[in-house]
Structures are given as C-alpha cells and as structure tokens.
Design a protein around this ligand. Sequence first.
Ligand code: F6P
Length: 554
Amino acid sequence: MNNTKNQPFSKLPSYTKLQDHHKKIENLHMRRLFSVDPQRFEKFSLQQGDLLLDYSKNRITQETMSLLCDLAREANLDQWREHMFSGEKINNTENRSVLHTALRNATDKPVYVDGNDVMPEVRAVIDKMQLFSRKVQSGEWKGFTGKAITDVVNIGIGGSDLGPRMVYEALTPYHYPNLQVHYVSNVDGAHIECALKRLDPETTLFIIASKTFTTQETLSNANVARGWLLDHMELDKKAIAKHFVAVSTNATRVKGFGIDLDNMFEFWDWVGGRYSLWSAIGLSIVIAVGADNFNKLLLGALEMDEHFQNAPCEENMPVIMAVLGIWYNNFFHAESYGILPYDDYLRSLPQYLEQADMESNGKSVDRYGNKVDYATGPIIWGTSGINGQHAFYQSLHQGTKMVPADFIVSMKTHTVFQEQHDIMISNVFAQTEALMRGRNLEETKANLQSTGRILEGGDASIPHMVFEGNHPSNTLLINKINPHSLGMLLALYEHKIFVQGIIWNLNSFDQWGVELGKQLAKRILNDIHQPYPATSHDSSTNALINYYHSMVDR
Ligand code: F6P
C-alpha cells in the first residue's frame, strides 16, 4: 500500500477558506455575475474532444475555482490518481487495485498488479470476446438444434446489468439488425417470465454476468433460464454449452453451474462491478454493436483517461465537475444532484450513475475507518430531462431545495427529425437559462402586461409566477452520441466520482453497505420456508413475515 496519507477533508486548509468565501458569495446572483462579465462563458467552459462543458451557470467566481483547485491539490489528488493508474491497491478494505482504466489502455504501456503486467490477459479476453461475437453475429455460432442465434439475454444485476444495458440503449443506431439483446435483472419472476415469453429457446443465448457468481438474484434467474432451456431440449444437458456463456471472475462457481469454461469470459478482482462495462461484462455490447464499435468506446474512454491524467485542475473536465459538486454538497449543503439527459438514447444514464456514484461515495467512514464529520456523496437522481420538465421541474424552479444538475444533450441527431431536435435543444437551453436567471416581480408584471394575460386568480397570483433563479447547472454538449463520445462521457463521470472520493478521503471502491441487507434476506428466506411463525426478529419484521405466510398458498 502506498504511503499517501490525507488529512480529513474538513481539516484541509482550503476548506476553511472556502467556508469564508461561501459566506461572501452565497447571496450573489448569477444574473449579476453574467451582467458584469461578458466573458463568463469563455472563462467557465471547456472543450475536450467530443464534449463541451459549460459550467458558467454555477455560483462561482474565479476565486471559487482557484480555492476549489487548491482543495484538490491539498487532498493529494495527483498522487492518488497516479496510484490508481499504476495499479496500487487503493481499495484498501479489499486489498485490491482499481484498474478499470487498464481495460481501455490501448497504448503499449504495461500495467502491473503484484508485479505482473495485466495487459496481455486483458487483450486476450478482448480477442476472445471479439471472436465469439463475430460468430454469433454471422450465424456461425449455432444453437443446439442447429439454428443461428437471434436473441441474447444478459442476466445480471447492478454493475453487471446497468452499464451494459445503458450502453446498449445509448448505441441503438449501431445495433446489428438481426440480433436483439434483452436484460434481465429483477428477481421478481415477472421480469424473466416476460422476457422468456417472447423468446425461442432454439435461437436464444444467455449471458450469465456476475463478477462473483454468487449473487442470489442473478443465479436464481439463471436457474430459471437453464430450466426453461432444458425443458425445450428434452433435458439434454449438452444444450447448455450452446446456449449459456458466463462472464465472471469466479471459474469454480461458473463450472459448478454447468457452464463450460471455454464459454467463460474472464475478468479480475481489480475491476469493480460498477466500473466493469469495459471488461467482459460488456460482452452483450460487443455482440450488439460489433467489435469495432466496442473498441471505439474504449478509445473514447482512453481519451478521457489521458485528459484526466494530464490536464491541470483548471482545465480538467472531471476535476472541474467534481469540485463543483463538492462546492454545492459541502458548502451550500445541497443534498442531491440531478442527471438530466435530453438524448433519448441516454435515458438510462441516471440509473447507471446512481450506482456508479452512490455505491462509490455514499459512505460515512473515511478510508481509515474514521467517522466523517462532513457530507459525502449526494443522492443522485434523474430521468429523461424533457419528461422531467412535465413532472418535477416545478420543484427545481420554485421549490426550496437546491438541486445542482447536469443537462446533457447531443448536438447532432441520428434521426431525420431535425425539427424535433431543434425543439429539444431549445428546451435544454431554456431550462438552464430559466434556472439561472429566474424572473423577478417587475419582469413578471411586465410580462403579464405585454402578453395581455388576465390572471384568473387576480393579482394575488403574481408572487406565484416569480422565479428566484440562481439555480446552478452544468450543460454538457456532446457532438453526437457515438461509441467514442459515449466512452468519453462515461469515463468523465467515473473520474469525477474518483476525484470526489479522494477529496472526501473515502475508499470509493468497496461497497460494504450492501452486505447487511443481503445477509438478513437469507435469514428471512429461511424463516419464510419454515412451517412455524417467525419470532426471532423485531415485532414489525416478525409480523410482516407471518402475514406473508398467511397470504401465500404453498
Ligand atoms: O450488491 C451490490 C453488488 O455487489 C454490486 O456492487 C455489483 O455490481 C452487483 O452487486 C452485482 O454483483 P455480481 O456482478 O457479483 O453479481
């Protein structure tokens, strides 16, 4: 383990300076900042490859950004970043390296874990994925009865589902026409039942995606799928080799499930589940969009990795986004953060980032096990922005909570509907302008006069039509959603999360918070299977189990 030792976040010298600075500018309206500085956009925007980040609509001055960059430096960001990229075991509670960046290392630089260069293994798995995918796409890979595969079902959950599913949707225009990929994650039987209903066992391939191969939901769904297949194949177990492949780090368990190890695509414990779409967990993506497009995705991520490693704080997109998040989280005490994609292909990005961010930084002890005395990762939420406008944006504009948010949209559409695209773009820009500027009382009255609008509620309605504004947002413009730009976008968020974890002094790469519920669920399942009433829990839990007992006919 390296010997970089951070002070607690709240003891960093810039923390106090930022507190003082916050007092000075908390009542400053962004309207004023824009009116006194016509260069504000030029000062607070940044282009990197396919991405343009406009962060001028934030409650910041140049002094804010320079203090925030000091904070990052005092948290030893440069050293920690180096530790991560060079394979040091920065995931200290699991004694693991954190090397999702090695998965997209298309350079000739070796990457060492315990003295061994992992790049040859990484490349071998990529080659195996490519070869297999080509066989499935071309129809060379046949099901047990000799028919080509038409449908692929990825069974996985969390990082073994959210990443590949989100990328599959985002790259819809790149899909192979004759193959459909389906994602099953929920242990509610309705999910797999609904998928299987539409499928033909003779032409279906299952990918069982699980890093540990012990996840209850995934294995339960995998068992259902295996049973369904065998029922249709006269219980001939030889069919499994033609219809099941596994993606995992756990060969013993994969074999135990009955999947041929030739059909296993390996990855390693130094790839975190929520950072794994770049690994063999991306097999469904490669099958759907082809090896060349998957490579472009990796190259996009590599471009962001290199930018993150080399750009100084003031020009470093992930660092800027990270410190802005900290500014609101820890100084304005914003509790949540909105992810608002306007590109329909990115509709699952908020869900993906919920896991990526909250499982990484939703922690209340620091890297060394000390309870923290400051807020860590915010609640990440969001949905397709345009739908949100007609649902929860009322609260963003006029509610009492501060919700900083990222508005994400691509400039060029894949469709022929340019007018629709213009409408959508106008909405993105209108929302961030409205959030920033607001509309004061005088403007509201003037607007009513100029439009001749008569208020049914009379003048008493006027205060309800005032917008305070001063709500911060980032606007992230993508040239066009394609594998390369998507790779950049996802790596941007990964590194943003990393930087925040470093500044908060967290281990962003474990997830002990998911353990307790898993353990209790096992115990409760056992109680549910007993013929006698449960008595060993609290009165609420006992009663719920026993009520369930009374309601279910077995
Ligand atoms: O329970 C949380 C978690 O461990 C996630 O971190 C992970 O992405 C998910 O479950 C799935 O785990 P696995 O890939 O091992 O099935």
